[in-house]
Design a protein around this ligand. Structure first.
Ligand code: TMP
Length: 232
């Protein structure tokens, strides 16, 4: 298959038919923009399964995603979208860079979900970017920005409810959107690599912070998220 793009955790291939890509989830985990890197056998398959469960849930609520079908454990067929070069981050609880940047203790519940954007650029370390800058740099139109924020907040409500049933608290997450036939659709993945998930009762971290902060066995946590998500 012809490689279109290889990222830190995924390889994108040309699909067999026009208008499609094939995405393979890799087992690598990176943190600090690639400064820390490790392989975790089975991570790609677990992330592919969790993403499929969530993307199918969003489709049921009328949020279009790039997902078409699963090819094998680590490979999916998706719509060929043009990725908007802006990441959308939603936060329900202070953590990570938000806590560090503003001096807010991790775990402080925010009065409402916040929407933030960062520029998709490994070379620049994905810097925070505001809406005025996004418009000035023509990374997205005003209409697209509004649509992405609205969809991201709706996804937040769906995912919060879903994970609550799995005894998990959705702290924050990152989304990527793409343009497909003049529509904005959800792309990329949503997995414990791109969300913070805490056990609702104990507060135990069950996401990539385990790897970022050396807190224990990553795959035990990811498999537990998959197990709970499968049983909702
Ligand atoms: P942050 O607190 O490090 O800014 O991360 C916020 C959320 O976004 C967290 O769930 C991890 C996710 N995220 C990614 O998936 N990819 C990224 O490149 C960054 C910076 C964050």
């Amino acid at each position: 298959m012809e490689v279109v793009y290889e990222g830190k955790s995924k390889i994108v291939y040309k699909g067999e038919t026009d208008g499609t890509f094939i995405i393979k989830y890799k087992d690598s985990a990176t943190a600090g923009n690639g400064a820390k890197k490790q392989e975790f056998a089975g991570k790609g398959a677990v992330n592919a399964k969790i993403t499929k469960i969530l993307f199918e849930l969003f489709e049921q609520s009328g949020i279009e995603t790039h997902y078409i079908k699963t090819i094998d454990e680590t490979t999916v067929l998706v719509k060929k979208a043009e990725i908007v070069q802006v990441e959308v981050i939603i936060r329900n609880i202070a953590a990570g860079s938000f806590s560090a940047r503003y001096g807010i203790p991790e775990g402080k519940i925010l009065p409402f979900p916040t929407v933030e954007h960062s520029l998709k650029s490994d070379a620049l370390n994905d810097p925070l970017i505001n809406e005025s800058h996004i418009l000035a740099l023509e990374l997205a139109s005003e209409k697209e920005l509004k649509e992405m924020s609205e969809k991201a907040l709706k996804i937040n409500e769906i995912m919060k409810d879903f994970y609550k049933k799995a005894n998990l608290t959705l702290v924050d997450f990152k989304l990527e959107f793409g343009r497909f036939e003049n529509r904005i659709i959800l792309c990329d993945e949503i997995s414990p690599d791109s969300c913070r998930l805490w056990d609702s009762k104990t507060g135990q971290k069950l996401d990539k912070d385990i790897f970022r902060r050396d807190l224990g066995d990553l795959m035990t946590a990811y498999n537990e998220v998959l197990r709970r998500a499968t049983n909702v």
